[in-house]
Ligand binder design. Structure first.
Ligand code: DAK
Length: 258
């Protein structure tokens, strides 16, 4: 892979979009490589969390590749949109938690990539924006939907209608980023959170993610119903017995993902 790096650090995987000369812009090759990296993560049952970040000093991802899109026909725009959606859907569908480490510009497709992660930590240098209207298009990789669900309609409309960037502090203020870290501490913070998650019961974490995401589109009673089923199912796992036995025996649990 030329532009996407996948590194493993014990149970934690790190995907880096690494095309710094174009501020990590997403062209078809980058999206295809990202899709391959996500498939490798999905197939590796030893992994417990994934961190997504950008290569170089300036950008997380500065958007879809404007040079590649400039002369798209309607049909090519549709195909490109389908590619972007399918890659971000596959990222969102990973059973392990996915953390976005936003280390610089996260614009257009870059914000959309971060939004497909479970949550976002931002460096002080991060800038978020959906500037598509400045190019006379709209977000095409799920930004109108995922941003709206996360920060609410009015905030999403303000960002998408103006196309203006917001800094990391404002992103935290509106609930887009969870925390703002000094640039040098961003990855360490993300790894610390990923390491904490990696110690927990992996089937339980996966079920929690499944139920939170699955319930978001449901009525409260239906969401509670899938939670109840998932809760009960976990009592059929060896890890649940281990977790509760270890607690009662005053020792650390050793989970087996089973
Ligand atoms: N695409 C291609 N190249 C990009 C790029 C991008 N999004 N962003 C930056 N670059 C390139 C620049 O062209 C420049 O290349 P060279 O001139 O050196 O060859 C290099 O990266 C460094 O950028 P700058 O020289 O501009 O660096 P500055 O520090 O001066 O400025 C910046 C940084 C982030 C403010 C600026 O680069 C910028 O405004 N970039 C564009 C940001 C942007 O508008 N992003 C949103 C892209 S639109 C759809 C599907 C998807 C989408 C829409 C529709 N359909 C299916 C219909 C999604 C759209 C987007 O994401």
């Amino acid at each position: 892979m030329d532009f996407v790096k996948l590194e493993l650090d014990g149970p934690i995987a790190v995907i880096t979009i690494d095309r710094p000369k174009a501020l990590n812009a997403l062209n078809r090759q980058v999206l295809t490589e990202l899709s391959q990296a996500i498939a490798q993560v999905a197939a590796n049952t030893a992994l417990r969390a994934l961190i997504v970040t950008g290569g170089g000093e300036k950008a997380f991802v500065a958007g879809a590749d404007i040079a590649e899109m400039a002369n798209f026909t309607h049909a090519e725009a549709l195909t490109f949109g389908e590619l972007g959606h399918s890659v971000l859907d596959s990222l969102e569908a990973l059973t392990i938690p996915v953390i976005a480490a936003v280390n610089g510009f996260a614009l257009g497709g870059g914000s959309e990539l971060a939004l497909a992660c479970d949550f976002i930590y931002a460096s002080e240098k991060a800038k978020f924006g959906l500037p598509e209207v400045t190019l006379a298009v709209i977000p095409g990789f799920g930004g109108t939907q995922r941003l709206t669900r996360l920060v609410g309609r009015a905030r999403a409309k303000e960002m998408i209608f103006t196309g203006d960037m917001i800094d990391a502090v404002k992103a935290k203020d509106i609930g887009l980023a969870l925390e703002v870290l000094p640039a040098a501490e961003l990855m360490a913070h993300c790894k610390k959170i990923a390491t904490t998650i990696a110690k927990r019961g992996p089937l339980a974490v996966a079920q929690a993610k499944h139920v939170i995401d699955g319930g978001a589109a449901l009525q409260l009673k239906d969401g509670n119903s899938i939670e109840r089923d998932a809760f009960a199912r976990l009592f059929g796992t060896a890890d649940q017995k281990e977790g509760m036995t270890a607690f009662l025996g005053k020792r650390a649990a050793e989970f087996k993902n089973a």
